[in-house]
Design a protein around this ligand. Structure first.
Ligand code: PAF
Length: 281
């Protein structure tokens, strides 16, 4: 596996693959790799001759400096995991490589970024949109793989690629879960054992929501049922229960007759966790 720290190094590695007419899949990460990331790598490997990854803890998507400071980071461990997965090249840039001195260009999906979870974390999706656009331009891969767990992020990325005519296919990959149902996330490592046990309430409430939709329900009843379930867990501080139309994330109401997307966020001991499910009646 080629380890690249500069843009020319990473581009040269990809150019080599291109010379051999090989297709390239890209997986962007912020490190602290877990099974969820490895699922993206494996899906990319199944579809492409070569897979390249990036590890970059993007400062512009963190609202609070404290959140950024606590983000787990262990490059040696991550490089070992990528190597074991058979990844062909990894890019680990410094912050000033991605954001050079005087950097002033931002990318923002003005509607999608500022609703739902975007309201809870102002500026977050602008930071994500800006960094993935930069990484797409640097790698120029055929396709890029993102987890469905970060549902709104996935919609933001699909939209910016469409709007800016970036020639990369965006592939969403199903959420990988712990045996008890908790969606995998690097943040799970920061939970106390008690909060880790409590956090399962998020996926449980989505499973209950699925059953309610199958029986026939309204969006309003569904939202109440999910709220009640999460609030029944004393360690959870509920932040949001968003129910919207898949893709556009437009508001929905009344009887659930069409597919819906449910996006949840709650804090456990100060750690914000999210989960999501698309449900069809
Ligand atoms: O999902 C993530 O890990 C990050 O938001 C991403 C897409 C790598 C951008 O920094």
């Amino acid at each position: 596996m080629k380890i690249c720290r500069t843009i020319p190094e990473f581009r040269a590695a990809i150019a080599e693959f291109r010379k051999a007419d090989e297709t390239v899949g890209l997986v962007t990460t912020m490190g602290a790799l877990h099974e969820g990331h490895l699922a993206l790598m494996r899906q990319a490997k199944a579809n492409h001759d070569r897979v390249v990854a990036t590890i970059f803890v993007n400062p512009t998507q963190f609202g609070e400096v404290a959140d950024l400071a606590h983000y787990p980071s262990d490059d040696d461990r991550d490089i070992g995991l990528l190597d074991a997965e058979g990844i062909d090249a990894v890019f680990l840039p410094e912050v000033d490589t991605i954001y050079p001195d005087g950097d002033e260009t931002i990318v923002e999906t003005t509607e999608l970024a500022n609703k739902l979870h975007g309201k809870v974390r102002p500026g977050h999706f602008r930071g994500v949109a800006t960094v993935v656009t930069k990484l797409f331009n640097i790698a120029q891969a055929d396709a890029a793989y993102f987890g469905e767990k970060d549902y709104q992020q996935l919609q933001v990325i699909k939209r910016l690629v469409r709007d800016l005519h970036i020639p990369v296919q965006i592939v969403g990959v199903a959420t990988v879960r712990e045996p008890d149902g908790l969606a995998m996330s690097s943040r799970n490592l920061r939970l106390t054992p008690q909060d880790r046990a409590a956090a399962v309430v998020l996926s449980q409430s989505l499973t209950e929501a699925e059953a309610l939709v199958a029986q026939g329900t309204t969006v309003e009843e569904l939202r109440d049922a999910i709220r009640t379930k999460i609030k029944s867990e004393p360690r959870a501080i509920l932040r949001a229960v968003d129910i919207a139309a898949p893709g556009s994330l437009s508001p929905v109401s009344g009887p659930v007759k069409d597919p819906i997307a449910i996006m949840l966020s709650a804090e456990f001991g100060g750690i914000l966790l999210i989960d999501q499910r698309e449900i069809s009646p």
